[in-house]
Each structure stands twice: as structure tokens, then as C-alpha cells.
Design a protein around this ligand. Structure first.
Ligand code: BGC
Length: 793
């Protein structure tokens, strides 16, 4: 067999360029004359979205059946890398059963703000947890021979304006928070692919960002795989190849190939960069991947059971006053809430799965042969609410125990757009208030992929957060309610009391072009802890039907130097009368006056399963990296000279054990920073952010006729032109035509894809239907250059 270097030498420049452009919606390009195969990609990450055929003409929701696992926000609450590795393996087998080579997942972006529409698809607000869970998923998936494509690299933490916005992130937050999860996943699990995101990072599109794609990814982290653009994220083909991008997806019908060839001949496209990109694509395509030899039906049956097991290990018991839970299997419940009959189990967008089977919460009761009465209580569509609520309240008066199922409706959580607020629908909150007035025995099941405000939380005795629990959420919920499964999930993100408590609340989604991450590293618990801001439920929290006790923290050394590690050992005892699992969470603490340093940061964890009464000793190793800071001048992590602390707690008990550590490294000279970054109380200001980071927020520019370019969106172009509005509405209708419900999240997502994508990117994804000539004409018309618009090219 020829070496890759020999293969590359024999290819013409045209062929090399062709290899860096996708062949259709899901395949890379094959060169049969050169015996170079293609590779096939399909979406993840909570299952396989395999679209038969070559295009996406079927719409986002049409795909071959596959197992729908709980979505990432639930998955992370397991704090169980081994279990999530099984999930990755299962998805890998399903992928191989359909000859898929690369699965587009996992998504590992940090949850900067609870309103991001795609938070259900991401793991955590914490990079260590997100990185470790992501790495486990990748290892499991790649053990089957399928390739993982880690996404969305990087700084893609909002959905509104995701194709336009520039994420302005200071160097410390960039490396210690936003890149850290990617670093962990890349260095420990070696994904074969990584997907660059749509947005800009500090002024440069991720697809053209040589700092991210070459300096950080390839040089600092030693990534050896293929960089794939998000679908339509390519900004400039030549800049992207030079910067470290390899494969443009989906096919743009070779729209940019001539320009790349010209640039190559002019020396503007580096020949070595082109060879690297083509070489990486060939390497991924030629990798031998074992064929799946089992029965697909049996695989799906087995994976369905795994999906349920993951949900049973993920759901978080947030309240259990008077031990209202678990309920006895013969205890008749009054179940209230439309969500019990139409239980959401996944979010919307490119991760949407068609499972072979599913169970709602009511199905779960039926299957378990448990007695229950049911009242809808509210309707998602809001019709007849008062009567529904009144009937439910009347029934609750006579019921012994009432289970209310509430959550976000389907249209609230999707790729492509953010939530407008952090509230549950008002009719659901009102219903709980009214029920609480007639019965003290309320249990709530919460179904939502991201935090919501829970204004009634003190009025209910029991609360289980199911998140979006996958295809068998109903069976899992019933097992959790009855104690057949003992809850062991711990929150992978904080639940703020109200949206205004979020550090980025005043700045998030305020400027479509410039997204200042002014809160820097103070995201999630890193902010609430140091700002002393109470939360509804903290990061890492989750109860069990048994009780645990943590004791005897000891460190094997009280100091640490570069390249060393230290071991923290604790004892955990199951002090209750049921078997159960608990998570030991290990943080490294910083002194309160350290600038740009949270009070504590997660650096280790372990889930332990203990029989009733059992005791175990847990040792967690903390490498020097856990005590290190990012040194931007050196472009490396560096151990400081500092007094730090190791803090250990368990999920069900917020008290912590601590031990001091003398960190013996070298500190950088201290920078003068605005006080907010030492003492982050209240909200950061843009002026302070600029002083701290050197990054300046640009005011949003609304282009006017005469100023439009191919980088403007159809929505922008249409503001002053009825003709453009007409043309784009034809385009929009053609894309949303098979969608039955125009109010559905799928319809809304498709609409944002058409209306909020820069024209040039839309053309690139249209597989040749929207040509460059048509794009130029639209821009000319929007600029009121009608002659050019009609006769130009
Ligand atoms: C999403 C990616 C996804 C791709 C292909 C994009 O809209 O951002 O996560 O993998 O589409 O469906």
C-alpha cells in the first residue's frame, strides 16, 4: 500500500482541492480513479440522525430510526464516565450498522448562559466535567471503529446570531473555561474529527482562525485528526485551509474551488496547507472501520434499555421533604399535567432522533401496572386552561398525593434560537400555586433541557429534575418515583433563582455582532460562589433515597511542584437503609482575593455505588495541572506559587472537607485589574471588560441600502426591499414545505436557517440551488442597483 505522502504527490492541485470540499450533504468526496474512498457523516450526539440518501431535502426530522438517549444536559448529571462510554459505544454500533464513518458529536460547549437554545445538547457549565464526560463518550464511540467529531470549536455559546456574532473572550477565560473542555477531550480521547463553529472568536471566524485551529489545536494539543466546518460555517476557503481547516461541509458544489486554485497558483494558498488538509481527509476516509455484524433490531432493543438506565442514573432528586418519595407501588397517585401524557424526551434541531419506541410518564404508570388518576391541568396550546386547572385543583383536594408534571414546551428548546426568558409557561406556574393551596403533598417532575425559574419550589415537597430523558423517560420516571431506581444524578449546572442572577444576564444576546464575555471566568458556580449570590440549587447537588456521609480527608502530600500529582483520599459511608450511589466531588480552592480566580474549581470526581451501611475509601489524583493557571505569554499552563486548598464534598451534602496545599511554582507578575474581576459582585461593565481584556465591543451596525454585502442575511436585506422579502419568502416556503405545524420548533429552526444565514453561506449549503450569481443579484437589488440586479452576474 502506498504511503500517504506518495498518494498526495500523485494528486493534481485540482484533485487536492476537491478533496477538501464535501461531495453532498453528508459525504466527503471520493476520487475513484485514485482509489480514494469517501467517508460518511451523520449527526449525534444523543443518538444517530441518519438521513438516507445524499441530501437534507427530507427536512431535519426525517431520519432512519435509532435509539434516542437522554440529551447531554441529562447525561452529564450521571457524573459517570463509564456509563457514558457505554452510550458512546452504543451509538458507535448503531452508526456502523448503517455504514456511518463519523458521528457529529459530542457537543461540549460551556453553558455560559441558561437561555442558549442548544444547552440541552451541551454537558455542563464546568469544563472539567464536560471534558471528562465528552472524553468518555468519544472513547466509547471510537472503540467501535466509528470516528467522533467533537463540536463546536469554539466560543459558540449562543444560538441567536450564531453565524454573525463575534465572541469576545479574554485569554484567561478562553483557555481556563471555554477551551479547557475541548483540551481534555482531545488529549484524553483523541477524537478523529473536530468541527469548527459558525461564530467569530476575537475578531476571526472559527473556520479561518489559525490561532484556534493550528496554534492551539494542533501545536499545543497535538491534534492529529480532521477539522470539519460546521454545516455552512466556512467563511473563506483559502483563509480556512491556511488556518488549519481541512474539510468544507456540506457540499457547496465546489463553489470556492476555482478561487482556491487561483490562490494556490498565486502562492496565497500555501501548498503545504492544502496537502495537510487533503491528507487528513484521505486518512479519515481510508481508515479501516469494522463492519457491524450483529442484528440491528436486537441492537436497538439493547440500546433502548441502556437509554433508560442512563436516565435513571441522570435524573436529579432536588427535594424530598418528609421523605414524600419514593412512593409505594400500590399508592394511588393523582397525576396532573399535559407533559405527563405528551412527555418531551429530546430537543429540536440537528440532534433530533426518531426512536423505535418511546414511553410517556403515563405509559410508564400503565406498563408498571400502577393505579393513577389523570388530569391534564394545563394545555401547551393554552386553550381551556381555566377549566383544566379548576378540574385538576378539584381532583387534588381529594387526593392523598399529587404528582404534577411540568416543563418547557417543544417549541422552547431548539438549535437555531435562544429562549426569550428563563420561565416556565405561566399557566404551569399558576397551576402549581393553586394546587399548593389545596394540598401539602405535591411532587413535581420537571421536564426541560435547561434551567428554568422554579418560583414554587418551597411549596412542593418532592422535586425530580428529569431533564430531557430519552425515549424511555416514562419508564425511568416511574422507577425513580417508586424507588426501584434510587436517584443518583447530580446537577451539572447551577439553577439560579431568577434570570437576573446570571452574571451575563445584562449582556447576553444584546448585540448581534459583538458578544462580550464580560464576566470572564465567572460563569455558573464560579460566579455565584464568589459573588455570594444564592441559587435555587447549586452545581453538583442531588439527593438520594439513602443518606451518605463523607469523612477523613487526607492528602498524601501537603505541597505540589510542577510535574507532580497529589492524592486526596476520603471515606464515604452509606448511612441509610437502601443501596445507592453518591458522587465525590473534588475542587481546588483559591484565596478570595485572587483576581480572575473563582473560589473553587472542579478538578476531580468519582461516582461510588454503596450498599446500605457500606463504607469505602475513595482516592482521587490531582495532577499539577489542577493547580495551574494559563500563562498567555508562554502560551502554556503554569504552576503558580500560591496557597490553595483541596475541597471535597458529596452531591447530597453541601458541607465540605478541606485541606491546605502549598503550591510551589512561579507566579506571574500581578496585573492591575478592575475590582469586579477580583470581587465579582453585581454585573460586569463593558468598560471594565475592555480594561481587563483589551477587547473592544463594536456597536452593532445595521446596514442600509448601498452597504449590503454577501455577508448580510436575507432578513437584513429584506428590511428595505419588498422584492427581496418576496424572494426570500419563496425560499423559506420551499424549505419548510413538508412541515405540518408552522409553530413547531422544526419550522422555526428552518426559518432561522433561511432568514438569519449570511447569503454566501446559504448559497454554500444549497448544493448549487442558490448560485453565486443569484446571490450577487440579490445583493445588488437590496442595494437598489436594479440594472446590475437584473442583468449583472
Ligand atoms: C449544527 C451541527 C450539525 C450540523 C449537521 C449544524 O446546523 O450546528 O451541530 O452537526 O448542522 O447537521
Amino acid at each position: 500500500m502506498q504511503s500517504l505522502a506518495d498518494q498526495l504527490t500523485q494528486l493534481t492541485p485540482e484533485e487536492l482541492i476537491q478533496l477538501t470540499s464535501g461531495a453532498d450533504f453528508w459525504h466527503s468526496k471520493a476520487l475513484p480513479d485514485r482509489h480514494i474512498p469517501n467517508f460518511r457523516m451523520s449527526d449525534g450526539p444523543n443518538g444517530l440522525r441518519y438521513q438516507a440518501g445524499s441530501g437534507d431535502a427530507l427536512g431535519i426530522n426525517e431520519s432512519v430510526i435509532s435509539t434516542c438517549f437522554p440529551t447531554a444536559s441529562a447525561v452529564a448529571c450521571t457524573w459517570d464516565p463509564e456509563l457514558i462510554s457505554e452510550m458512546g459505544r452504543a451509538i458507535g454500533h448503531e452508526a456502523r450498522s448503517l455504514d456511518v464513518d463519523m458521528v457529529l458529536g459530542p457537543g461540549i460547549n460551556i453553558k455560559r448562559n441558561p437561555l442558549c437554545g442548544r444547552n440541552f445538547e451541551y454537558f455542563s457549565e464546568d469544563p472539567f466535567l464536560a471534558g471528562m464526560i465528552g472524553a468518555a463518550w468519544i472513547k466509547g464511540l471510537q472503540s467501535t471503529g466509528a470516528a467522533a467529531c467533537l463540536k463546536h470549536f469554539a466560543g459558540n455559546n449562543q444560538e441567536n446570531d450564531r453565524l454573525l456574532s463575534d465572541s469576545l473572550i479574554d485569554e484567561t477565560a478562553l483557555h481556563e473555561l471555554y477551551l479547557e473542555a475541548f483540551r481534555i477531550a482531545v488529549q484524553t480521547a483523541h477524537p478523529e474529527g473536530i468541527m469548527c463553529s459558525y461564530n467569530k472568536v476575537n475578531g476571526t471566524y472559527a473556520s479561518d482562525n489559525s490561532y484556534l485551529l493550528t496554534e492551539v489545536l494542533r501545536h499545543q494539543w497535538d491534534f492529529k485528526g480532521t477539522v470539519v466546518t460546521d454545516w455552512g460555517a466556512l467563511n473563506d476557503k483559502v483563509a480556512s485551509l491556511n488556518a488549519g481547516g481541512d474539510l468544507e461541509m456540506p457540499s457547496s458544489a465546489n463553489m470556492f474551488d476555482p478561487e482556491a486554485l487561483k490562490a494556490l497558483n498565486a502562492g496565497k494558498l500555501k501548498a503545504a496547507a492544502l496537502r495537510r488538509a487533503a491528507g487528513n481527509v484521505i486518512q479519515t476516509a481510508e481508515k479501516k472501520r469494522p463492519a457491524f455484524t450483529g442484528e440491528r433490531e436486537a441492537l436497538l432493543a439493547e440500546d433502548g434499555r441502556l437509554a433508560q438506565k442512563i436516565e435513571e442514573n441522570a435524573a436529579v432528586l432536588l427535594k424530598n421533604d418528609d421523605q414524600i418519595l419514593p412512593i409505594r407501588p400500590d399508592q394511588k397517585l393523582l397525576v396532573i399535567g399535559q407533559m405527563a401524557a405528551a412527555t418531551r424526551y429530546q430537543g429540536a434541531g440537528s440532534s433530533h432522533i426518531n426512536p423505535p419506541e418511546k414511553s410517556t410518564i403515563l405509559d410508564g404508570f400503565k406498563k408498571a401496572k400502577m393505579p393513577y388518576d389523570y388530569q391534564p391541568g394545563y394545555a401547551f396550546s393554552r386553550e381551556n386552561d381555566d377549566q383544566l386547572a379548576a378540574d385538576a385543583v378539584a381532583a387534588a383536594k381529594d387526593a392523598q398525593t399529587v404528582l404534577v408534571v411540568v416543563g418547557l414546551p417543544e417549541s422552547a428548546e431548539s438549535e437555531g434560537f435562544d429562549r426569550p426568558n428563563m420561565k416556565l409557561p405561566a399557566n404551569q406556574n399558576q397551576l402549581i400555586d393553586r394546587l399548593a393551596a389545596v394540598t401539602p403533598n405535591l411532587i413535581v417532575l420537571l421536564v426541560a433541557g435547561a434551567p428554568v425559574e422554579l418560583p414554587w419550589r418551597s411549596q412542593v415537597k418532592g422535586l425530580i429534575n428529569l431533564y430531557l430523558g430519552g425515549q424511555f423517560v416514562g419508564d425511568a420516571a416511574v422507577n425513580l418515583l417508586t424507588g426501584k431506581a434510587n436517584p443518583s444524578g447530580k446537577l451539572a449546572e447551577s439553577y439560579p433563582i431568577s434570570y437576573q442572577d446570571v452574571a451575563s444576564a445584562d449582556l447576553y444576546d444584546r448585540n448581534p455582532q459583538s458578544a462580550a464575555y464580560a464576566e470572564s471566568v465567572y460563569v455558573g458556580y464560579r460566579y455565584y460562589d464568589k459573588a455570594n449570590q444564592p441559587v435555587a440549587f447549586p452545581f453538583g447537588f442531588g439527593l438520594s433515597y439513602t443518606t451518605f456521609q463523607l469523612s477523613d480527608l487526607s492528602l498524601d502530600q501537603s505541597q505540589i511542584q510542577a510535574d507532580q500529582a497529589l492524592n486526596a483520599t476520603v471515606t464515604v459511608t452509606n448511612t441509610g437503609d437502601r443501596d445507592g450511589a453518591e458522587v465525590v466531588e473534588v475542587f481546588v480552592g483559591n484565596s478570595a482575593d485572587s483576581p480572575l480566580k473563582p473560589l473553587k474549581e472542579l478538578k476531580g470526581f468519582q461516582k461510588v455505588f454503596l450498599k446500605a451501611g457500606q463504607t469505602t475509601s475513595v482516592t482521587i489524583t490531582l495532577p499539577a495541572h489542577a493547580f495551574s493557571d494559563w500563562n498567555d505569554q508562554q502560551q502554556a499552563w503554569q504552576l503558580p506559587a500560591a496557597h490553595k486548598t483541596v475541597l471535597v464534598k458529596i452531591g447530597s451534602d453541601q458541607s465540605q472537607l478541606t485541606a491546605p496545599v502549598d503550591v510551589r511554582g512561579q507566579s506571574l507578575p500581578k496585573k492591575e485589574l478592575p475590582d469586579w474581576y477580583v470581587n465579582p459582585v453585581g454585573k460586569p461593565t463593558l468598560a471594565d471588560f475592555t480594561t481587563m481584556s483589551g477587547l473592544t465591543v463594536q456597536p452593532a451596525i445595521t446596514a442600509q441600502p448601498g452597504q449590503y454585502t454577501r455577508l448580510n442575511t436575507p432578513r437584513e436585506l429584506g428590511t428595505h426591499s419588498a422584492l427581496i422579502r418576496k424572494i426570500t419568502s419563496i425560499l423559506k416556503n420551499s424549505m419548510t414545505k413538508g412541515i405540518a405545524d408552522p409553530e413547531s420548533s422544526e419550522a422555526k429552526f428552518m426559518e432561522t436557517i433561511v432568514m438569519d444565514t449570511p447569503l454566501i453561506r446559504l448559497a454554500q449549503q444549497s448544493g448549487g440551488k442558490l448560485s453565486l450569481t443569484l446571490v450577487n443579484k440579490l445583493v445588488a437589488i437590496a442595494n437598489r442597483h436594479y440594472f446590475k440586479g437584473i442583468f449583472g452576474r
